[in-house]
Design a protein around this ligand. Structure first.
Ligand code: NAD
Length: 486
């Protein structure tokens, strides 16, 4: 049986990558393209045996990798970035075929960012400060020691971007990695294994295990040799991982869901606010940061809705490989079902669909805007993870902040206002890991990223990534000839 499939002209190995070798499993799972429901191939369905083998490979490779100089680690990570850039077109088309997100954004935004993930942390590693200082003649030396094997578990909505956002700092820190990509979009992780090997990353430093989270997750997250777990995904899975990691008190970084607000004040540039709102349909709404709750000041709500409706009507749903397409399909029939369920229940509860409110062709869901929703309703409180927004109005600043914060999540918030004083007052009160004012999705790898409340635990990005992936050690050395008194 061949273990290579050809996806949009690109060869992809369907096996795991463990200890520098391709490893098959007895069983497979079927990978289907959301674009046309075509079968892309049969992917290795990992079991406890392969999961444990991957952790063992990471454990065995760790001492040698941890001992590699920072300069050499940095050089190797830049070589991985070079490989990503060389294969950018291939990565982009394979990712689009696998998860249905727009080819143009994979080409121009996502895959360049994947390369940048490696370059940024390769450079940042060299700038980490040891913070040496003296205490009564003694030297205090702070070192960023590698922690050990890291398990990285990622979702399907931005597969390679999220995998490398974790893998790059973990590897830069001198750790080894076991990456478990989502079963709905497993392919680019396999290409990353090829790229890392070509770049010269030693065997066992980066391992990839394919398969279902509920079948192999526990083995990975309860393994006593795993020193860090970084997870991006849903809240229910985070709860299971946390319980499993409790056995060894393995440190966790959790990047979870959201129900973020976009606050539109009457003093805002209304066209800008509408643009920001319509942007929330990107990636068919399957974006953790998406501001899915539009909160609009009463006095401009009618005009905002009119302009929003006009603009949303111009969005082109279609094949994500076409340049002219704005919204592609959702990832999976089950996700489509889930989205439709949310919308039906909301409408049954009294909501009104002023835009969309139904399925589109194939695996598409029509961009949807629901009004007449109540704050405590499911559609306002639960993450849909599809192209579905709600619109509520507020009378004043105090009510806007109250509605914005009245959620179990706290990932992001966006504020549209023309008044800098208001921006300052409102942003200070919002509970969110990231707040944007008159903009959206402007990211910088130097900044901390993560969520409050159910949106996550911990922060990654910049030095915060190294905080998580390193064991910080303080070594105190006495001056020569020093004697303890007493
Ligand atoms: P999910 O939780 O279903 O799956 C995520 C990953 O966890 C997959 O690889 C899956 O195989 C694995 N998994 C499942 N069960 C497991 C278990 N018991 N042990 C270990 N791993 C297990 O999430 P999803 O549906 O793939 O992704 C969508 C969710 O991800 C949304 O809630 C979204 O908001 C969130 N997300 C968050 C961010 C962020 O940065 N905060 C970014 C993207 C997506």
């Amino acid at each position: 049986m061949s273990h290579t499939i050809t996806v949009a002209g690109v060869d992809v190995d369907t096996r795991h990558w463990i200890g520098g070798a391709r490893v098959a499993s007895a069983r497979t799972f079927t990978d289907v393209s959301p674009i046309d429901s075509s079968i892309l191939g049969e992917i290795a369905r990992g079991t406890a045996v392969e999961a444990a083998a991957a952790v063992n490979a990471a454990r065995d490779a760790f001492p040698a990798w941890a001992a590699v100089s920072r300069a050499e680690r940095s050089r190797l990570l830049h070589a991985v970035a070079d490989g990503v850039e060389r294969r950018l077109e291939e990565l982009a088309i394979v990712e689009t075929t696998d998860n249905g997100a727009l080819l143009r954004s994979h080409r121009r935004g996502v895959m360049p960012r994947v390369a940048h993930n490696f370059r940024f942390f390769a450079d940042r590693l060299l700038e980490l400060e040891h913070g040496d200082f003296g205490t009564r003649g003694h030297t205090q030396h702070v070192s960023w020691d590698p922690a050990g094997p890291c398990v990285l578990i990622t979702p399907w909505n931005a597969p390679l971007m999220l995998a490398t956002w974790k893998a790059a700092p973990a590897l830069a820190a001198g750790n080894t990695v076991v990456l478990k990509p989502a079963e709905w979009s497993p392919l680019t992780a396999s290409l990353l294994a090829d790229i890392a090997a070509e770049a010269g990353l030693p065997a066992g430093v980066l391992n990839v295990v394919q398969g279902y989270g509920h079948e192999i997750g526990d083995v990975l997250t309860s393994h006593p040799d795993v020193r860090r777990i970084s997870f991006t995904g849903s809240v229910p899975t985070a709860r299971r991982i946390t319980a499993s990691a409790a056995a060894n008190l393995t440190p966790l970084s959790l990047e979870l869901g959201g129900k973020s607000p976009l606050l539109v004040f009457a003093d805002a540039d209304l066209d800008l606010a509408v643009d920001l709102a319509v942007e929330q349909y990107d990636n068919a709404g399957q974006v953790c940061l998406a501001a899915t709750r539009l909160l609009v000041e009463e006095t401009v709500a009618e005009e905002f809705t009119r302009r929003f409706t006009t603009k949303a009507a111009r969005l082109v749903q279609g094949d994500p490989r076409d340049e002219g397409t704005d919204i592609g399909p959702v990832i999976h029939p089950r996700q489509l079902e889930r989205i439709d369920g949310f919308v039906h229940r909301a409408i049954a509860a009294g909501a009104r669909a002023v835009v969309g409110g139904h399925r589109g062709d194939g695996q598409h869901y029509a961009p949807t805007l629901l009004t007449d929703v109540t704050q405590d309703s499911e559609i306002v409180q639960e993450e849909v993870f599809g192209p579905v927004l709600t619109l509520q109005t507020f009378a004043d600043e105090e009510e806007a902040v109250r509605l914005a914060n009245d959620t179990r999540f706290g990932l992001a918030a966006t504020v549209a206002t023309g008044d800098p004083g208001r921006a300052e007052r409102v942003t200070a009160q919002l509970v969110a890991g990231t707040v944007w004012v008159n903009c959206f999705f402007v990211r910088d790898l130097r900044a901390p990223f993560g969520g409050s409340r159910l949106s996550g635990v911990g922060r990654e990005g910049g030095t915060w990534s190294f905080d998580f992936y390193c064991d910080l050690k303080n070594t105190v050395t006495a001056p020569s000839g020093w004697r303890s008194h007493g």
